[in-house]
Structures are given as C-alpha cells and as structure tokens.
Design a protein around this ligand. Structure first.
Ligand SMILES: Nc1ncnc2c1ncn2[C@@H]1O[C@H](COP(=O)(O)OP(=O)(O)OP(=O)(O)O)[C@@H](O)[C@H]1O
Ligand SMILES: [Mg+2]
Length: 327
C-alpha cells in the first residue's frame, strides 16, 4: 500500500538533548498509527516537526512520495496535516463556528460567509459523527466535545493526516469510546491518524500499527495483530517487565473527603477546564484514591493540593469545588 507519509532519518537536537536520533517513521493512508514511548522519548518532538512547529536539523519528509518542506504549521495545514494538541487551542467565549473559521478567509471578499460556513460545519459534523452545534459557546462544552471541535477544525481545513497528542488524557472512559469511534470512521474514510500515547490498552483497542520510541530512537514498528502489551512494554522501557502486580489488595477505610463534579477554570493560567467527577480520600491510606474519576483528576487534584498548601484559603477561591467533607 502507498505510504501517505514518510519521515526519513529525522534528527533534532535541543541544547544537551538528542530528542530525535535518525528517526524513520511511516504512516499509511487509512490507518490509525500509535506512537508509543516513555516520557522524553521524543514523540512530541517528532510530531511537532511534522506539524511544522520545530525545524529538524536533518532528514526528509515525504508525502505520497514527494519531498515537502514544513517551515510552519501553515505549511503543514496546506499539505493536509493537522494536529490536536494536548492543551486545546480554542477561544472559550467564541462559538463552535467562530472557533472553526478563526484565521480562515474564504472566497474573494474580506468577509467570511458564516451561514455558508455553518452549513459546511453541520455537514462535516454529521458525516463524521461529531454531533456539534455550530452556535454553541465552546466554554460551555465538556472537554470531550471541545476535543471534537478541535477535530472539526482540522476536517474543515481538509486534513488528511490527523495527529492527536495524548488525546485520551483528559477524557472520561465514555468520551474515550466516542473519540475512538470517530477516529475509526475517519480511518475508514481513508484518512490517516497518529495517536501519541503511553496507554497500551488503548493502542491494542484502536490502533492498526504502533511505532515505539525510546531515547530519541525508533526501536520497532509492529502491526497490532503481531504484538501485545508485554512486548510493547519491553520495547518501550528496554528490558523485561512484569505487568502483573503481585501486591495484596488495599483495604481503604471510610472516605474522609469526597469531591464530586468539581471544575476548575483558568487554573494556573491554563485556559482549559478539567473535570473531576468523583474522588475520595480514604482514612487509612497515605495517598489519594480515585474512584470513577476522569483522566485529568489526579493532575488536577495534585494541583489543587499544592495550591492549598501554598495558600490556605486559595483553593476555594480559585476553583469551584463541590466538597463533601466527611470528617
Ligand atoms: N523545546 C524544547 N527545548 C528543549 N528540550 C526539549 C524541548 N522539547 C523537548 N525537549 C526535550 O527533548 C526530549 C524529547 O521530548 P519530547 O517532548 O519529544 O518527548 P515525549 O516522548 O513527547 O515525552 P512525553 O511523553 O513526556 O510527552 C526530552 O528530553 C525533552 O526534555
Ligand atoms: Mg509528548
């Protein structure tokens, strides 16, 4: 099958770090390709080179066999490459349609025909199962729906290759299932998708192929049918790993704190919204135990904790919490 994308011998050095060391990476048309690796393996760097965000030191990028130059995200978008970043790039007070057309100019005149754009948005949303209302304000949407707005923005610009960096980190399990259903549809439509992730189970669930990076190098590419979590872990960390935990089950006591449906906005100056559906701290344990929490709950709560330690009354002011204390 024809490769839709080929990255050859990519080298990228940051001061003191060889982030990409002669990386070869190919993505076929109509596949979901997972890019796996531990923290600092070089995954985001490689994708940011592909998105025109970082300049590579050396190497070649080919699309359908033709060499291309990617000097900026604008170049990448013009070539049909789009990226959904971990931190969404949406303007919260704007509507879905305003966010989608932001930065675009269509037609000969200086003004964009919003009515026409809205029709196209609806058509794309229906075709790809995104279920988006063009008039909805982005700030009022859940994180999972905001991610769909990001995907829609790429489809609106006709992206053929979609890169998603850690897309499930902020999603609830249900939102993750919805995302994977959308990605499968896009793949079946002939588009290519790269998912950057650490999560083995998700790779086994939705990817067709996986490339593993370690210390800036590609160590293997496998079809999903020919590998498993054990081998992928081994490739990722470079040694044999026992995936079975032999610890006895913890017996947590009564909850001392419950947090339900908490939200924070503009936390630490980041304009994204994290949600924590439910978290409990148990009396006889030293750590936090999360029960039915969203993916970002731990990060979010540790932020809240740190902030609370720094400033006794800061938490309640900074974030809207639904605390139910059971002391
Ligand atoms: N802009 C930068 N300036 C300096 N060093 C960087 C920069 N971006 C990445 N690095 C370094 O390059 C290496 C690869 O980082 P990269 O972010 O690509 O890894 P990653 O595989 O995406 O990791 P993670 O899973 O943590 O996101 C790391 O050592 C990182 O510290
Ligand atoms: Mg990364």
């Amino acid at each position: 099958m024809k490769h839709s994308l080929e990255m050859r011998n990519i080298v990228k050095r940051f001061p003191g770090v060889l982030a990409n060391d002669r990386v070869n990476f190919t993505v076929r048309a109509g596949e979901i390709h997972a890019l796996l690796g531990e923290n600092g393996a070089g995954k985001s760097t490689l994708m940011q080179i592909l998105y025109g965000f970082h300049a590579m030191d050396s190497g070649e990028i080919l699309i359908d066999g033709e060499g291309v130059q990617l000097n900026s995200p604008k170049d990448a978008i013009a070539l049909g490459i789009g990226m959904v970043h971990q931190e969404f790039m949406l303007v919260r007070p704007f509507s879905v349609i305003e966010n989608t057309v932001l930065g675009l100019r269509e037609g000969p005149g200086p003004l964009l025909d919003l009515q026409q754009a809205s029709e196209r948005l609806k058509e794309l949303s229906n075709r790809h199962g995104l279920a988006l209302d063009p008039a909805a304000k982005v700030g009022s949407l859940s994180v999972g729906v905001q991610q769909r707005v990001e995907i829609l923005k790429l489809l609106y610009r006709d992206a053929r290759l979609l890169i998603l960096d850690e897309p499930t980190a902020v999603l609830t399990p249900r939102e993750k299932d919805q995302l994977f259903a959308i990605l499968r549809k896009l793949r079946d439509d002939g588009r290519s998708i790269v998912i950057v992730t650490h999560k083995l189970a998700e790779i086994m669930e939705c990817a067709d192929r996986v490339t593993v990076m370690r210390d800036g190098r590609v160590v293997a590419t496998r079809t999903i049918d020919s590998t498993g979590e054990q081998e992928l872990t081994q490739l990722m960390v470079g040694r044999e790993v026992n995936l079975r935990a032999d610890k006895s089950a913890q017996k947590p006591g009564a909850p001392v704190l419950q947090i339900k449906a908490a939200e924070n906005q503009k936390w630490s100056g980041v304009s994204e919204r994290h949600r924590c559906y439910r978290a409990e701290r148990c009396a006889d344990s030293s750590g936090w135990h999360f029960i039915r929490s969203s993916g970002s709950a731990s990060r979010w709560l540790s932020d809240a904790n740190v902030r609370r330690r720094q400033c006794d009354s800061g938490v309640a002011k900074k974030i809207r919490l639904g605390f139910v204390s059971q002391h």
